[in-house]
Design a protein around this ligand. Structure first.
Ligand SMILES: Cc1ncc(C[n+]2csc(CCOP(=O)(O)OP(=O)(O)O)c2C)c(N)n1
Ligand SMILES: [Mg+2]
Length: 431
């Protein structure tokens, strides 16, 4: 029988029944950390981890195991009143609801559109890394590699006049929202032709024309801004009687941001006022070097919606079609005046936190596990296997994007620096 105990996981050797062996720990998943009072928190990240853990347990050390992978069953004995005296198998797992993509009827045109946007995002970011290391851009640069399915799946299902609000990891959200690669690259080069006129740089992309409300360097800073945008839409439609004010806002932020106060305050207001907004949490499991499960009391972020009476959905953020599907439902709901949705997309960044991060904290096995789920590769396989698109069409897109990115770099290189005489320009909206 399977017992599930809500208390922290604690492993004990099974008294009088010999030592635990590796069969007692059937699947330790991709990596875990062990913490005990003597060792503090010690990461064990490779195949030896299981042996190390067993030897600690069998020497009588009380060990806490923290959940780092999607599925990790562990053997457990507790002294908690709900399960006292029992040795129980505890399965702490995260199984995402399956979305039957065959019911989505992805057209040839949509398939190509999604693929193109994801390849654009990936290629743009790869070029950024190259340009950063060649000294063409300065400051912190946070790349989005690996998370493309989230930006594409949500934003490509929205209208051009809908609003998008981002974080410091904002290049790809801007591109999906339609900001031309030339303008984004020029902004990263600090040039006057950039979308923020060279004043923002990587973390502060902005475009009124494309309804991009901005990238924000402070964690969770965009959430109140996006909530405000959704509020003005609702106010124009329902208080001022403008039927054309039916725009939806998509607000992107990370798992780390979901522990900040603004998140809770804005969820509350959004439900109270039935705001047309999608709160999209990109749960990439890490906030710089802080593992999500160590920083939050409820790792399943989508569940936090329920206390506000808001729908909360979890989705595979490595699968653009699943993201597209849940986003379509949330967008329709918001547009119909039925209020906000919290979408938690489980995803992973394929590079370090920023280009200044050597990325030494995440285990090799964890990274490899997620690399194997590359969202672009999955989509191209889906499209060709189901004869929605031809391989040659996808290759043509790859080639076109390459040319587009080269053009963006050339444009940025040849663009002028902002004029120092314009230092005070653009402080006020009228400029
Ligand atoms: C208010 C605030 N606190 C701390 C920081 C430093 N900081 C920058 S990024 C980051 C991690 C955020 O992680 P997450 O929200 O999961 O986004 P991700 O980087 O994974 O996309 C932190 C703590 C900050 N920028 N702003
Ligand atoms: Mg994160």
């Amino acid at each position: 029988m399977l017992h599930v105990c809500p208390h922290p996981l604690t492993l004990f050797p099974k008294k009088g029944e010999g030592e635990l062996d590796s069969k007692s720990l059937p699947r330790m998943g991709e990596g875990f950390r062990v913490r005990d009072s003597k060792l503090g928190c010690t990461p064990f990240v490779n195949s030896d981890s299981q042996k190390m853990l067993l030897s600690l347990v069998n020497r009588g050390t009380i060990v806490q195991v923290e959940w780092l992978s999607v599925k990790i069953p562990v053997i457990k004995k507790t002294s908690h009143s709900c399960c006292q005296g029992h040795y129980i198998l505890m399965v702490k797992e995260r199984t995402l609801p399956a979305i039957d993509t065959s019911t989505l009827q992805i057209s040839h045109e949509l398939g190509l559109k999604l693929y193109e946007d994801m390849v654009l995002g990936r290629s743009f970011e790869d070029k950024c890394a190259e340009m950063y290391y060649r000294g063409r851009m300065f400051g912190f640069v946070h790349l989005y590699n690996g998370q493309e399915a989230v930006s594409t799946g949500v934003i490509k299902g929205m209208r051009p006049d809908d609003f998008v609000c981002s974080t410091y990891r904002d290049h790809v959200h801007a591109l999906s929202a339609g900001v031309p690669p030339r303008q984004v690259m020029a902004e990263l080069f600090g040039k006057a032709t950039g979308c923020s006129k060279g004043r923002g740089g990587s973390m502060h992309l902005f475009s009124a024309e494309h309804h991009l409300l901005g990238g924000y360097a402070f964690v969770a800073e965009g959430i109140p801004v996006a909530t405000g945008a959704a509020f003005q839409t609702r106010y124009r439609r329902d208080a001022l009687g403008d039927p054309a004010a039916d725009q939806v806002t998509a607000c992107f932020f990370g798992d780390g941001a979901s522990n900040n106060g603004q998140f809770f305050e804005c969820l509350n207001m959004a439900v109270l006022w039935k705001l047309p907004i999608l709160f999209v949490v990109e749960n990439n499991k890490w906030a710089i070097g802080m593992a999500h499960e160590r920083a939050t009391s409820q790792p399943e972020i989508y569940r936090k919606a329920s206390v506000f009476g808001m729908p909360g959905v979890e989705v595979d953020g490595m699968d653009v079609l699943s993201v597209w599907s849940v986003a379509q439902t949330a967008i329709a709901r918001a547009r119909a005046g039925e209020g906000p949705t919290l979408i938690e997309a489980l995803t992973y960044r394929f590079r370090g936190h920023s280009l200044a991060d050597p990325d030494e904290l995440r285990s090799k096995s964890e990274k490899e596990e997620w690399f194997s789920r590359d969202p672009i590769r999955s989509l191209s396989t889906y499209l060709t296997d189901n004869q929605i698109c031809q391989d040659t069409e996808l290759k043509r897109i790859d080639q076109n994007i390459k040319t587009l990115i080269e053009d963006a770099v050339e444009f940025a290189e040849n663009s002028p620096e902002p004029d120092p005489r314009d230092l005070y320009k653009y402080v006020f909206a009228e400029d």
